[in-house]
Design a protein around this ligand. Structure first.
Ligand code: GCU
Length: 670
């Protein structure tokens, strides 16, 4: 049967050899309470039950098989078994004398617990007496849509924006509801619906009314709406002559604007702000600091409980410093000067969402200012929608990295979950990869990146392998003969992309502006930081960006341990080699190969892996419905061809400098 992938990981496909507990659990359900969220829970149970077993649940308070209720609603003998400390969003699912109990302190917790229970049923994983206790480790788990008001999506590759501004507010499309369901099912609790390169118009009543309609639709799913605030809005839509953050009129304008927004959206989440970066207006225009800018907006939102997510992606081509260093230099001196309702949003790496980057040196460097993670789910630099890259291992690599700022064991994840510096607010943002494509994300497998983001935002310590395993089972099949090879393919896919795009710490050699495909030759254009040669520095002497004390010394922004570790050629992980060091072509690698050969082998390996994926997929055609099968197959073929394109282009280009032949085993360019 045709499956266009619209149902994501909420397939609720038939469970053929169901065990008794699975068949039973949805048969007689006792749900306490009422309200919108409870209705949603019932709807979900019905969808799942009909999908799994072609039946509907019966609601009864007698001898039920499933009890769903708040801790203070369910019978006290069960309530005493519910874990403490669930907070506002946690849940506990456990079994007791043949019954399954889902309990929480809020209906939102019940919704999360219900989704989890249904996932367990689909995955055929039973609930034991102790059960499952889940409490989110991060408070704000937010998708950032880079969606414009004309429905184009910046760095979006899966169609247009799903927000149909023209039909809003009167038409609430089913897709908004399914979007909310999908997010709630993985614990995402916020969405910033507009591009960081913001249009001030979204803050006018015309659009606020539309945003409010979305907020109304999302609210029962526990999802708050956020908007991007263009710093110059007071001038563009407010008629003021300045947007200077210390100007009382400007401050007053934002206060009134905040009040107005909260009239439309009483639980409005707050603002995401890109300022002083890539042409966006900001406090620099008035000689003010990032803190002065952020604090002005924070003061306006404070009476209503809103927060400001102020992005640290601040850099300028007029600053001669290595772009790697600029955000750190700008923000660290401001540590402790931000208002309590500001959280600084930092990209995972210091350059820009490269296939691989060392973690951003700001993590660990601002103990008095909450920092949140910004990951990119959309694949701006990883082959857009057509190249398979399961990103959980990339996110995990960054989260597990040790910053050493409070000694060993100061992982980035501890900055993000707030435990390292006792942050009062915590957050994780993911730049969405969602569009109007029937399957939401272009590549069917990129649904897994949306899913993975949700799982890691909930628990930054979650393992990629578990995420992949669950996602495959929920989306396709629990058959081990399918799960094992697909999981392997997914888990290796990010490294494969690194191999054929930017191995060994090479970075930013993508084509200009669209960033699809190779462009190590990109020069000129008036901005050093927007050329590739700036990053790879290839010449007859060798290649790489020297970020040691002999070069830009970006390394000094990391803890002493890392300066030593990454600064030393003996100890630097080879995956970061050319990120931090400039080396001659005949530099001896650990493998015994010279640098040039090693680079070539990585590209070749990436090509071979991409080809191998086609075989893997071909062998599994029996497990996948025709539509998804063909769709994925054609994308895998594109990827294998383009891996060759990458290899050939990059090796031909660098070969002009190395003047060395390709080593044996690397195919000559086509
Ligand atoms: C990248 C990307 C831009 C985006 C920017 C940002 O530079 O290419 O499209 O606006 O990041 O994160 O602000």
């Amino acid at each position: 049967t045709a499956n266009d992938g619209y149902k994501l990981w909420l397939q609720y496909y038939p469970i053929e050899s169901a065990q008794n507990w699975q068949k039973n659990v949805l048969s007689k359900v006792n749900i306490y309470g009422e309200g919108e969220t409870i209705k949603i829970i019932k709807n979900e149970l019905e969808l799942a039950s009909s999908g799994f077993f072609n039946t509907s649940p019966r609601y009864t308070d007698l001898s039920s098989s499933l009890i769903i209720g708040l801790k203070n609603e369910i019978p006290s003998n069960l309530a005493t078994r519910v874990a403490d400390g669930l907070g506002e969003e946690g849940y506990h699912i456990f079994s007791s004398e043949g019954q399954i109990i889902v309990s929480a302190n809020s209906s939102k917790g019940l919704l999360y617990g219900t989704f989890r229970l249904l996932q367990q049923v689909q995955m055929q994983e039973a609930i034991d007496e102790e059960g499952i206790v889940e409490i989110p480790q991060v408070k704000h788990r937010i998708l950032n849509h880079w969606d414009n008001l004309n429905r184009t999506v910046e760095r979006g590759y899966s169609g247009f924006s799903i927000w149909n501004w023209h039909r809003l507010p009167r038409h609430i499309d089913q897709q908004y509801i399914d979007y909310a369901r999908a997010n709630a099912s993985i614990g995402i609790n916020g969405t910033s619906i507009t591009n960081v390169n913001a249009n001030a118009l979204v803050l006018t009543p015309y659009y606020l009314e539309k945003a409010a309609a979305l907020a109304d639709a999302f609210r029962p799913y526990g999802i708050k709406v956020y908007l991007t605030a263009r710093f110059s809005s007071p001038m563009e839509i407010g008629g003021l002559e300045t947007a200077d953050p210390v100007n009382p009129e400007v401050q007053q304008w934002w206060k009134e604007k905040a009040e107005e927004i909260y009239e439309y959206i009483p639980d409005f989440g707050g603002f995401v702000v890109k300022a002083d970066s890539e042409g966006q207006p900001g406090p620099h225009n008035y000689g003010r600091t990032q803190a002065e800018g952020a604090n002005m907006l924070a003061d306006a939102l404070q009476p209503f409980g809103g927060i400001v997510m102020w992005r640290a992606f601040v850099y300028s081509e007029h600053t001669p410093d290595d772009r790697h260093k600029q955000a750190f230099n700008e923000f660290v001196p401001l540590d402790g000067t931000f208002r309590d309702n500001v959280i600084v949003q930092v990209k995972n790496g210091a350059i820009d969402f490269q296939p691989r980057e060392p973690f951003h040196p700001l993590f660990g460097a601002m103990p008095k200012t909450p920092l949140m993670m910004e990951f990119q789910i959309t694949q701006e630099y990883l082959g857009h929608d057509t190249h398979l890259a399961f990103l959980a291992p990339m996110y995990e690599e960054v989260l597990k990295e040790d910053t050493f700022v409070n000694g060993k064991g100061s992982e980035v994840a501890k900055v993000i979950d707030g435990s390292l510096h006792d942050y009062p607010i915590t957050g994780m943002a993911g730049v969405a990869n969602i569009g109007t494509d029937r399957n939401w994300t272009g590549h069917h497998f990129h649904q897994a990146n949306w899913y993975a983001f949700g799982k890691l935002a909930w628990n930054p310590w979650e393992k990629s392998e578990k995420i992949a395993d669950d996602w495959i089972k929920l989306t396709y099949s629990t058959d081990p003969d399918f799960v094992a090879p697909i999981k392997k393919m997914m888990l290796q896919s990010h490294e494969m992309v690194v191999n054929y795009m930017t191995p060994l710490g090479i970075h930013h050699i993508m084509a200009r502006s669209h960033h699809y495909g190779p462009g190590p030759w990109v020069t000129g254009g008036g901005r050093a930081d927007w050329t590739s040669t700036y990053y790879h520095n290839a010449s007859e002497q060798g290649m790489g960006f020297d970020r040691t004390a002999n070069g830009s010394n970006a390394l000094e922004q990391y803890a002493q341990e890392l300066q030593e570790n990454w600064g030393n050629l003996e100890t630097v992980p080879e995956k970061f080699l050319l990120w931090f060091h400039h080396l001659p072509w005949d530099y001896k690698m650990k493998s015994g190969n010279i640098l040039w050969d090693e680079i070539a082998f990585h590209y070749q390996k990436g090509v071979e892996e991409a080809r191998e994926n086609i075989n893997t997929w071909n062998n599994l055609s029996a497990y996948v419905d025709r539509y998804r099968y063909e769709h994925v197959l054609s994308f895998l073929k594109i990827q294998a061809e383009e891996a060759e394109w990458w290899r050939d282009a990059v090796l031909l280009y660098f070969g002009q400098f190395s003047n060395l032949p390709l080593p044996e085993g690397v195919e000559p360019p086509k």
